[in-house]
Each structure stands twice: as C-alpha cells, then as structure tokens.
Design a protein around this ligand. Structure first.
Ligand code: EPU
Length: 339
C-alpha cells in the first residue's frame, strides 16, 4: 500500500489550481479501495475521490486522504442482434473509450467524443454534448458503498439522471465510489445529428455521413471552441444552461431577439448561458487573474494557475451581473470537491 504524503494535485486537475493533499492513493483494484478506506477510518481521515479532475475545483489544502480509482478494463459482456453491452473500468480515459468503441463498431458514443475525464466520473454529472447525454447510452454501473465496502448495482432508474445531474451529486453525494460502467451500444451505424451546429458541420460532407465522421466533426468543433486544458487550464462549461419558464423565455426573446433559446418541454426552455455571458460583454475579459474564454464565454480559464478562490470570485461577479441584466440565475457546473 503506497500512501503518498503532501501530494501536489495541480497537474491532476484540468483547472490547474494549486492543491495539496495530506495523503494521496491510487487504487487499481476493489481491494485497494477497501484497504484505503480502512486506512482512512483507522487514521480518522476524511476521504475525497478524484477522477480525471476535469470537473472539480480543488481547495488549496485537502486535509485527508484523496483516492484516485484507476480501475481499468473494457469488455463486451453481451450481444443481441441490435445491441452490445460494453463494460468499462472507472479509470479508463473517456475519449479513448469512445474511440475504442467506435473502432470496434459499437455505436452511440460518437457525439460524446473528446470530453476530458475518466469513465467513472461520467455518470455523476450525466455528461452531455452535441445532442447526446450519457443517460441515452447508459445501462448500469457498479459502485462501492464507502461506509461498508459492499458493491451495489445501479440500474438506469436508480441513477436519477437529469441535465448534468444524478443521484451521485445529490442524495448519494460522497457515499459511493464508482468502479465500472456498462453501456448499451448499437451494432448498426446510425448518426444523431439533432444538434444544429453538428448537423451543419456535417452538411459539407460530400460522401455520406457515418459515426466516424460524426466523431471527427465533434472533435473539430470542440477543438475550435473549447481550450485544450493541456495549454489553457479550464474545466469545460463553468455554468449550466439555465432552464426557465416559457413566459420568461418569451420576455427575454422580446427584449433580446438574438438570445439563443432551446425547447425543453411544453412549459420550459433552456437559455444558452454562453450567449448570456457573451451578451453581457464578459467574453475574453480577464479579472481576478482568471479569464473568460474568447471563443466560448461559458468557459472560465485559469492561465495564471491561481487558486479556486480567484475563480469563484470571477464566477460570482458574472452570476450577479447576469442576474441583474436578465433576471436569470446561473448555476455552477464543476463541483467544489469538498463542500
Ligand atoms: N454562444 C454565444 N456566445 C458564446 C458561447 C455560446 O453566443 O460565447 C451561443 C452559440 O452561438 C450557440 C449557443 O450559444 O448558439 C450554444 O453554444 P454551444 O453550441 O457552444 O453549446 P453550449 O450550450 O454553450 C453545451 C454544453 C457543452 C457541450 C456543448 C455542445 C452545457 C453547460 N454545456 O454548451 O458541454 O460541449 O453544449 O453540445 O450544457 C461541458 O459541460 O463542459 C461542455 C463543454
């Protein structure tokens, strides 16, 4: 058992905030996780679970044990005429897994290509992009109860998925450690082009559309709009797209005809938070040493690698401004890790 002490986590979170963990431990097996939990309980340490660090705002000091579950393995566990059930370990890199499935001709994950992070974190916030959410391809997951070390299976309805939400961010927050996720993928190639920006990117494809081309287009779109955390630290979208009532959406459209608004259901609409922040003049601005990305105002970047306090201060200023201008409240997307 290797428990490292006073470990710098700056390179393990894509926002590159400085953060030091009192103890840090990489778990490669379920038994490793159980031993780490036993150590924490014996030493009376708080436990924090870190995935790929792509949706977390770490504090400067983590006084406890940080476990990074890097359980590996990808296998097809069942096939039917239409579907394949593919299980991936929580520690698999998400994008590599998407590309592996594509080359093995298991379809359905293409629209989610190039999202940073690990497989195990994907269900927690029900990752989504270009018209597909994780819940659309999810079958089940296996997770360990932190209190007992017992494994539990979570089927679709147990996960209580919603837009960037699941039971693991709410009722079961900090209670379970996800070990593997099983996806139900399709054996027939089909393309989901419901997202307008993706459909128009593929319109120019002369020789037909297929899932490989969809993945390629998604990768290009993301590379164009979103900063590469390797060079410009960021955590993707910093706010969720707010869901507002139909009446509020009509009033917004009347006052701002260019506002970008999508349908949700009969009585609700979703506003592009990027449009709100952009329209308020924040795009490309730097304040508190943190910068609003100049290609996509929904992304805050941390070029100076400052602590999360600075990032939260800018986020708060943006939130207040949007509230004043549009009467709409923005909700943060990345988790605070310890709250
Ligand atoms: N827009 C602006 N100005 C901006 C940014 C966006 O006017 O600075 C407008 C765009 O022109 C577009 C609309 O807002 O009409 C939506 O923009 P985009 O297609 O870039 O998507 P988004 O709604 O801003 C969401 C997800 C992204 C995901 C994209 C593509 C959330 C919070 N974000 O962004 O997810 O990649 O859709 O599907 O739902 C993430 O969660 O980290 C993430 C990157």
């Amino acid at each position: 058992m290797k428990f490292q002490q006073n470990v710098d986590l700056q390179s393990l979170n894509t926002m590159a905030v400085p953060s030091v963990a009192r103890y840090f431990f990489i778990a490669q097996t379920l038994e490793d996780i159980r031993l780490a939990l036993a150590f924490a309980s014996k030493e009376k340490l708080s436990v924090f679970v870190l995935g790929g660090g792509s949706n977390s705002l770490l504090p400067e000091k983590l006084d406890g044990l940080v476990i990074q579950p890097l359980l590996k393995g990808v296998e097809c566990i069942e096939n039917s005429a239409e579907s394949s059930w593919v299980r991936a370990g929580a520690g698999e890199n998400w994008h590599d897994f998407v590309m592996h499935c594509l080359s093995a001709q298991y379809y359905g994950l293409e629209n989610l290509a190039y999202i940073p992070g690990l497989v195990g974190a994907a269900p927690i916030q029900n990752i989504g992009a270009y018209g597909v959410e994780l819940k659309d391809v999810f079958h089940s997951l296996e997770a360990m109860d932190r209190a007992t070390g017992e494994m539990q299976t979570f089927n679709f309805s147990d996960c209580e998925f919603a837009y960037r939400e699941s039971v693991f961010k709410n009722r079961l927050k900090d209670r379970m450690i996800i070990a593997s996720v099983t996806f139900r993928l399709q054996r027939q190639a089909a393309c989901n082009l419901s997202y307008p920006a993706l459909a128009s990117a593929l319109e120019r494809e002369a020789d037909g559309k297929n899932p490989e081309k969809v993945a390629e287009a998604v990768i290009k779109l993301r590379q164009r709009k979103l900063p590469d955390p390797e060079y410009i630290p960021n955590a993707g979208s910093f706010f969720k797209n707010p869901v507002i009532t139909e009446a509020k959406a009509s009033a917004l459209k009347l006052a701002h005809p260019k506002a970008v608004i999508f349908d949700v259901d009969g009585s609700h609409k979703k506003v592009a938070a990027g449009w709100l922040i952009d329209a308020a003049g924040w795009k490309g601005r730097e304040a508190f040493q943190v910068r609003v990305h100049d290609q996509q105002a929904l992304v805050l970047t941390n070029p100076n690698r400052v602590s999360r306090h600075h990032i939260l201060t800018l986020a708060d200023a943006i939130r207040k401004d949007i509230e004043q201008r549009f009467g709409i409240t923005l909700e943060r997307e990345p988790g605070l890790f310890s709250e």
